[in-house]
Design a protein around this ligand. Sequence first.
Ligand SMILES: *Cc1c(COP(=O)(O)O)cnc(C)c1O
Length: 239
Amino acid sequence: MTPQERTAELAEGLAAVRARIAAACAAAGRDENEITLIAVTKTFPASDVRLLAGLGLTEVAENRDQEARPKAAECADLPLTWHFVGRLQTNKARAVAGYADVVHSVDRSRLVSALSESAVRAGRTLRCLVQVSLEEDAAGGPAGRGGAAPDAVPGLADEIAGAAGLRLGGVMAVAPLGADPLPAFTRLAGLAGEIRRNHPDARIVSAGMSGDLEQAIACGATHLRVGTALLGGRRAIVR
Ligand SMILES: *Cc1c(COP(=O)(O)O)cnc(C)c1O
């Protein structure tokens, strides 16, 4: 595929996603300007990130440090905000703090301290979201998507807000697989409201992916993490 063909494909995906966002905002009585679209570029090459930037996208997300780090370096000349959305091991915190602007997957105290220390050392400020597990099993479910149990979320939010080098951005969740996303997103919205009582600037609600962005918008999401609907299908990743 030529770069021109790929650009046309990405432009088509972007137009379709923007149309879905517009329709969902209209249905929910919300202003489209409240929604930030993040392109999840995992498994796709840095050349796609560059083409998306050319189409006006400014927010990019990755979920694995070993893939994100070189991609961010290759795209360092572009005016992009990098989001880290995957499970994060404490020993990767230092690397991620070097290029990520927003970390969506903060789900335990040890990670808060590791990110804080790394951000200070790098002279950077990281915006952090508390990832909430909305699986029945509070440990992140059988899929192991991570996330803090809902009752641990306000405490973690306070820790982030008090940590040097970190700013509390809000909350993030992935809807449970194979279930109606509405109850999960409603629960997330409740937790987000609870956190805002003490931290009024923590307004980010990161929810909604290719398959459930309409429900997320209906429940107050501010940031959508969209991969497949923008970039096409991913090959299976072997971990
Ligand atoms: C891959 C991924 C997405 C994007 O999923 P799509 O269904 O391809 O839109 C969103 N959030 C996280 C945490 C992801 O890992």
